[in-house]
Design a protein around this ligand. Structure first.
Ligand SMILES: *Cc1c(COP(=O)(O)O)cnc(C)c1O
Length: 379
């Protein structure tokens, strides 16, 4: 295939459209430089790095308008590690899951393999739709993903009716949604995420907004695991009570990547300075609607998610007509410095997938649509 060269003035200013890792703003990198000798390469147990963690925790409290009693905990390992933290420390006996894509299914798989938990109840939805878990006897945690990153589907975040009366927790994976989609965290007991999506940082951390009920549950579950005859193993690395104790001191259980903290703190400050969650939500919605409207108008592209209400404003998926190979479009974009627009590997659809997180300029999203048209006309 011959290379297609997109005129420079048509290209986005920044060509990073990944769904995670995602664009890191230059100002975040400048923050690394500013902390080059005072933060990087210094102890996470000392005041400067702890202040950074405090900034993140306090900044997120404002950003999510957290109810009284809620708190931010963090630890190493990303959202994937938090699934196992939840299995070890939050799910008492049995959890119910909404499964409608790769990420939502992975947490259910973790719970299924924990020998001290009962088999999870799975409520399965076709890729491109969502399915929330339903009230089920004997369930003590309801789990789903706010944004299913593999398909570009956004699901509602509200407690399963009757779940509070059942003393069940609501654990929502906010990984590609937090910072981009509207949320009322009081509808959750853990709203957890990794920072390399809407928070435009590097990966490696998990961050969780926890309700007092979740904190109590962790204490009870972990205490029960110490009693004679208990079957549960809480590996120290997966102990949520340790993570909470460390977080309250603005630390992590073990050594974090300080650079990730620096970039995350800068992003939280940037988001709050611009108007917080409402601003971020509006900005992402604008970018997403630009793409969906372009696809609706196009004679070769269409939104992958049929239900307009389920179309994500954080990760946009666009199907291409079978005459056009998405992999050719993705490759030609990459040749022009426009990267990470491929669909989720394992989904295997003829699709473009675009992360439209707050760091991405809506004008760059507009430019992207013109670049795709330019390529498709010349393939
Ligand atoms: C990216 C992603 C994860 C995994 O995050 P890691 O930091 O790689 O563990 C989990 N859930 C969702 C919804 C995601 O988008």
């Amino acid at each position: 295939m011959t290379t297609i060269t997109i005129p420079q003035d048509m290209r986005p200013e920044d060509g990073r459209f990944g769904s995670g890792p995602s664009k890191i703003r230059p100002e975040q990198v400048a923050a690394l430089d500013a902390g080059a000798t005072t933060l990087l390469g210094t102890s996470h147990r000392q005041a400067p790095v702890r202040r950074l963690v405090a900034d993140i925790r306090e900044g997120l409290r404002d950003f999510f308008r957290m109810p009284d009693g809620y708190e931010v905990a963090l630890g190493n390992g990303g959202a994937s590690a938090f699934w196992d933290v939840a299995c070890a420390s939050l799910i008492n006996r049995r959890a119910a899951f909404g499964c409608y894509g790769s990420f939502s299914a992975k947490f259910a798989a973790s719970a299924a393999s924990a020998p001290f938990l009962e088999d999870p109840v799975r409520f399965e939805g076709e890729p491109g739709t969502y399915r929330l878990p339903e009230l089920t006897d004997g369930v003590d945690a309801y789990c789903w993903a706010h944004n299913e990153t593999s398909t570009g589907v956004a699901a509602p975040v509200r407690r399963v009716p009757g779940s509070l009366e059942q003393d069940a927790l609501t654990l929502v994976d906010g990984t590609s949604a937090a910072g981009a989609l509207p949320v009322d965290v009081s509808q959750t007991d853990a709203y957890y995420f990794s920072p390399q999506k809407a928070f435009g940082s590097d990966g490696g951390l998990w961050v969780a907004v926890l309700s007092p009920t979740a904190v109590e549950r962790a204490a009870r579950v972990e205490h029960a695991a110490t009693l004679p005859g208990a079957r549960r193993w809480v590996p120290p690395f997966l102990s949520l009570t340790s993570a909470i104790a460390n977080s309250r001191k603005d630390q992590t259980l073990n050594t974090p990547a300080v650079a990730t903290l620096v970039m995350m703190a800068d992003q939280v400050r940037w988001l709050n300075g611009n108007g917080g969650l409402d601003w971020a939500v509006a900005r992402c919605a604008k970018s997403a609607e630009t793409l969906y409207a372009w696809a609706e108008r196009s004679d070769y592209a269409s939104p992958s998610v049929a239900d307009p209400a389920a179309r994500s404003h954080a990760v946009v998926t666009i199907d291409l007509d079978e005459r056009i190979k998405a992999s050719d479009v993705v490759a030609a974009l990459r040749d022009n410095g426009i990267v990470d627009t491929a669909g989720y590997r394992k989904l295997g659809r003829n699709q473009l997938r675009v992360g439209v997180f707050p760091s991405v300029e809506p004008s760059d999203v507009k430019a992207l649509t013109a670049c795709v048209d330019y390529i498709v006309e010349r393939l």
